[in-house]
Design a protein around this ligand. Sequence first.
Ligand code: GLV
Ligand code: MN
Ligand code: MN
Length: 402
Amino acid sequence: MGRCDSLAAFTEEPGRITRPYGTPSLAAARDTVARWMRDAGMDVRVDAIGNLRGRIEGSDRPAPALLLGSHLDSVRDAGRYDGPLGILVAIEAVARLRARQQSLPFPIEVLAFADEEGLRFQTTYLGSCALAGAFDPAFLELTDGDDVTLREAMAGFGNPHALADAVLRPNEAFAYVEAHIEQGPYLESVDLPVGVVTGISGQSRILASFKGVAGHAGTVAMDLRRDPLPAAAEIVLSAENLARQTPGLLATVGTIDATPGASNVIAGQVRFSLDVRHPDDAVRNDAVRGLERQTREIAAARALGVEWRVAREHPAVHCDAPLTSRLAEAVSAAGLPVELLPSGAGHDAVVMSEAVPVAMLFVRCGEGVSHHPAESVTTNDVAVAIDVLDEFISALTDERRQ
Ligand code: GLV
Ligand code: MN
Ligand code: MN
């Protein structure tokens, strides 16, 4: 818990936690986590995209590794547990194995991913994409709000020329297991410290804009305006209505930017993001297609230009059944009932599932609050998560030794 507090101090915005990809605050947080990894007996390296990888060897050096971890970057004005908790729980589990000199038939790596949230480049999962072999070289030309390319941001933080080396080799790993705060209220409602994740909702992230004509708020008559802001208002409400009427669908316009941006100027352009999620990919795809059609119709009716770009799309992921059963057994071994639950939030496990079987353990969080500074977990619940992960690794160790 103290380490989560320490990491909260690494931020680009004093007074609140904002730690995007490739920034000095993320590099400093990474250095600190590297020190904790070394203290736990791990060899540490930074890969091409800037992920931190701490490794402890097994007795059988070439054996595929068990990968644990989560992400170190954050959203804007974040809480202190989304991401870091999963890294720190994993480091602590490894420290315990070392402390009791448990011999390992396989290596363990703890991963601290450099970009999961996609705050800076609107991308999501850049860190795990690099490992899973899902990094599209076109990403390198993406730009942030200051027109810095990802390639430029990567230089000094990682190495844009060595991306091929970051990809997991065949048989380099046999599983990825991530602990994470639930980010929802379910575990609190059933009064349990941890739960086992069955799968993760699919997600579409869209960047869209309406283009009209800027003008004087006091002189351009209402029927002569080509104002993109009311058009954006229409689609924001449409997205909300659609999601309210479609069971399980979530739709969020999380950013909206009207330019030039003055109270006495009609906006000339409005850019906005749209995040659409559902556990069933067909429902999500239908929703995205419907919202795109509506966006284009609204633009046509108001004589506006329109752009619609799907920035990222990830299908729903099922956690690996055998690995998930083992995690459930570890929860039982800790004397707790096993609660299975789906994840509405995205996680690095989504992309890692393209390379290795994945499983996830959720830790109860206060009132389901997340992506918010009020995010909270209790020391007891975190202790349970460490016990469960420790038990899970020990059981795997016994099984693989036989
Ligand atoms: C990550 O936190 C996401 O679900 O967007
Ligand atoms: Mn998050
Ligand atoms: Mn997260």
